[in-house]
Design a protein around this ligand. Structure first.
Ligand SMILES: Cc1ncc(COP(=O)(O)O)c(C=O)c1O
Length: 384
């Protein structure tokens, strides 16, 4: 009998096999922590080995921080000198807020769909004179005209998440940038819930600042985030949190002299998390192997399939139905999402409960069999 060669695996299948845990686990929690690739596993082992074998190889470690910075810059179409390496999104938000003079223009526009830690940084600025205004959520989303209506010529900063952490709704980032710039306000985008799946080009989007941590859709681990600061932006006042990494020459070691470079590094502080930098560089390298548009189309199709199947079995999706309004996540309403997540975890399905919702999120490594496994498990659990 003639042998038929096996069909070559699709690009998404080849991507999936790089994530060892997916052999026995359905990972639907990239909105919380991305699945761990073999590249990240190896990178973390390399960090351990660098300690064991070479003791204190600062040169190697800084090269990993710069590799992560460069990969992030490439991912969003920025220059490397427009990226500050920070420890978390809140730190990035704080650094930006601390450089604005609220006495000149007090307005800070945010939304109820903002992730709380970023919103809390904005609220804390009220002690420095900021006046925070929240654009409310309407039917699970925030219309562009509502953002535009909240912006006026007293607005200094507009903060708009790319995607809601809660229900996966896309926020009107492009329209909001246009409305803010029309009155001379700056725009901060928290891209944490989309970047890695939704392609972002900062030149096209034209935002002034963008923040994103590495652990979710960028496939890294906690402890590191990146702050994009558009080249050429001038601060009203110097960043309030600083350290030796924020100097023109960190190796000048002069405790009596404080200078700030023109680059985004002026927002950096002390020693970055080196293990997180190893993992972030590895995660971004894994992503760079695939066309961003292909990742977006794959995840769009999968989220659409999940939305339809969840509706079919009587679940209540709390996310917008149309792909143009939805990010990589479909959330369902549930009276006890923590208990539901625990029941799914017993069946090796990892999800993410928040408030009154169970979040189910998708990446390029997920496929329809993951959704089918979820639907079967939900059927079983609901029948108990
Ligand atoms: C949209 C968004 N922003 C920020 C964060 C986290 O902020 P931080 O890095 O300050 O913990 C999360 C979730 O962890 C998030 O979903």
């Amino acid at each position: 009998m003639p042998t038929v060669p096996a069909a070559p695996p699709g690009a998404a299948d080849s991507f999936r096999v790089r994530f060892p845990s997916l052999k026995d686990t359905v990972h639907l929690a990239s909105c919380s922590q991305g699945a761990m690739s073999e590249h990240v596993l190896t990178a973390l082992q390399e960090f351990q080995w660098s300690l064991r074998d070479r003791g204190a190889p600062w040169g190697e470690w800084m090269a990993q921080v710069d590799a992560a910075r460069a990969a992030f810059a490439a991912h969003i179409g920025a220059r490397q000198d427009e990226i500050a390496v920070v420890s978390c999104a809140s730190e990035g938000a704080y650094q930006v807020a601390s450089t604005l003079d609220w006495s000149r223009r007090p307005g800070l526009v945010s939304t109820d769909m903002e992730f709380p830690s970023v919103a809390h940084v904005w609220l804390a600025q009220e002690r420095r004179g900021a006046q925070v205004r929240y654009v409310p959520e309407r039917d699970g989303r925030v219309p562009a005209e509502d953002y535009a209506a909240a912006i006026d010529d007293s607005t200094n900063l507009v903060s708009v998440p790319l995607v809601s952490y809660r229900n996966g709704a896309r926020l009107p980032t492009a329209e909001t940038v246009r409305a803010a710039h029309a009155v001379g306000a700056r725009v901060f985008v928290d891209a944490y819930q989309g970047l890695g799946v939704l392609p972002v080009d900062v030149r096209e989007l034209d935002c002034d600042y963008l923040v994103c941590g590495a652990l979710k859709y960028l496939l890294g681990v906690p402890g590191i985030a990146f702050l994009y600061v558009r080249g050429g932006l001038r601060d009203d006042v110097d960043p309030q949190l600083t350290g030796w990494f924020g100097r023109v020459d960190p190796f000048s070691f002069d405790p009596r002299h404080l200078d700030f470079p023109d680059t985004a590094r002026r927002f950096e502080t002390g020693t970055p998390s080196i293990p997180s930098a190893y993992a972030a560089a590895a995660g971004l390298r894994t992503l760079a192997d695939v066309e961003p548009k292909e990742i977006e189309a794959h995840v769009d199709a999968l989220a659409g399939y999940a939305h339809a199947r969840l509706t079919e079995i009587g679940e209540t999706p709390a996310s917008p139905a149309g792909p143009e309004r939805r990010g990589p996540q479909v959330a369902i309403a549930d009276p006890a999402p923590d208990a539901l997540a625990a029941a799914l975890a017993e069946r090796r399905i990892v999800t993410s409960p928040r408030g009154s919702l169970l979040r189910l999120s998708f990446h390029y490594y997920n496929n329809r069999s993951d959704v089918d496994a979820l639907i079967d498990a939900l059927g079983e659990i609901r029948a108990l």
